[in-house]
Design a binder for this molecule. Structure first.
Ligand SMILES: [Zn+2]
Length: 333
């Protein structure tokens, strides 16, 4: 698993916007059902697990199942990097028995990061992963890349800390959480292999990926690169950095245009939670230089999962959706 040789595959990216509604009754700005919110605010015998992002909440859901109440603070197609708290968030945090967050600089909005630092029981799962396998962490310009969920084998390392914390809070159900964690780990290992082999349908010289922001480094290293490939990072690029909230310059755009020209890449992939303006500008500039580049039909899910009926509304389906989106675009070219 983690001691894997660096695996590879390559290619480009994509798309557009499914608005992520979580559950049926009317939803708030962050996509949380008012029913769930009301339940959350009531006294309960169950432990209440709040996760900052849906990719964590889905893992918590599969470990805790009916024995817990769980909720994601940031749902729908909202950028978690710069997320600032909205009305009701402080109550959700206050009522939580434990808060799981990614850390590694992901949730850096001032109001949220301040609440996480001061919460009575907030656990940074990404930090736990980085502590366990520091050699697996990717750094971009000396900044740690927080998008570790993009490599399933890395993301599976958050199972143990979640099982441990749920078992500490609810010792009578420890065996239940342990078994669920074991089953989930096996499912994640199967999907990890499935994606790796699916990406091998694309010949190595064509396995490049261009997306909206720098969220696919772990995905590229795990699934697009070849084993032990030293320069796997040359297979992935994006106009926006690790957080899609910077100001783009014309040289940022030109850099990606040159990359597309050099690698003969014809597709760029929008991400569901990121504005498409930069990719549209890149496509326009490529056309002026005679290179036909198009926006992929289906968006990739990077920092958020899809909504109900999107085919990407749980973590493993999200990863498989991205794989299929990349594959189907390659088959068109
Ligand atoms: Zn991101």
């Amino acid at each position: 698993m983690i001691n894997k040789c660096i695996r590879v595959v390559g290619f480009f990216l994509f798309i557009g916007g499914l608005t992520g509604l979580l559950l049926l009754p009317c939803c708030s700005k962050t996509g949380v059902s008012s029913n769930i919110f009301n339940q959350w605010m009531q006294p309960s015998d169950k432990i209440k697990i709040l996760s900052t992002v849906a990719m964590i909440d889905d893992i918590v859901r599969q470990i805790g199942k009916e024995k817990i109440l769980h909720m994601s603070l940031i749902s729908g197609q909202i950028d978690p990097h710069s997320y600032e708290m909205v009305k009701g968030d402080d109550e959700k945090l206050r009522m939580a028995t434990v808060v799981f967050y990614n850390g590694l600089g992901l949730e850096h909005g001032a109001s949220l990061s301040n609440h996480l630092l001061n919460h009575k029981n907030a656990i940074a799962l990404g930090d736990a992963v980085a502590h366990k396998v520091p050699e697996e962490m990717i750094y971009i310009d000396r900044t740690i890349d927080p998008h570790i969920w993009m490599d399933i084998s890395l993301w599976s390392l958050i199972i143990d800390p979640i099982v441990q914390e749920l078992s500490r809070l609810d010792p009578e159900s420890a065996e239940f959480y342990k078994n669920n964690g074991k089953n989930l780990l096996e499912a994640m290992q199967r999907m990890d292999k499935k994606i790796y082999y699916a990406m091998r349908e694309i010949p190595s010289p064509q396995r490049y990926l261009v997306t909206s922001h720098d969220a696919f480094n772990y995905f590229t290293r795990a699934y697009l690169a070849n084993p032990d490939e030293e320069y796997w990072q040359s297979r992935v690029n994006a106009p926006e950095g690790l957080s899609p909230d910077g100001q783009l310059s014309s040289s940022d755009i030109q850099y990606i245009v040159n990359f597309l020209l050099e690698k003969h890449i014809q597709t760029v992939f929008p991400e569901s939670s990121v504005n498409r303006d930069a990719l549209n500008k890149i496509i326009h500039d490529c056309q002026k230089k005679g290179l036909k580049v198009h926006m992929a039909k289906s968006p990739l899910y990077s920092d958020s999962m899809g909504g109900k009926n999107s085919g990407a509304d749980n973590y493993l389906d999200m990863m498989w959706h991205n794989t299929n989106a990349i594959l189907s675009e390659w088959k068109k070219n």
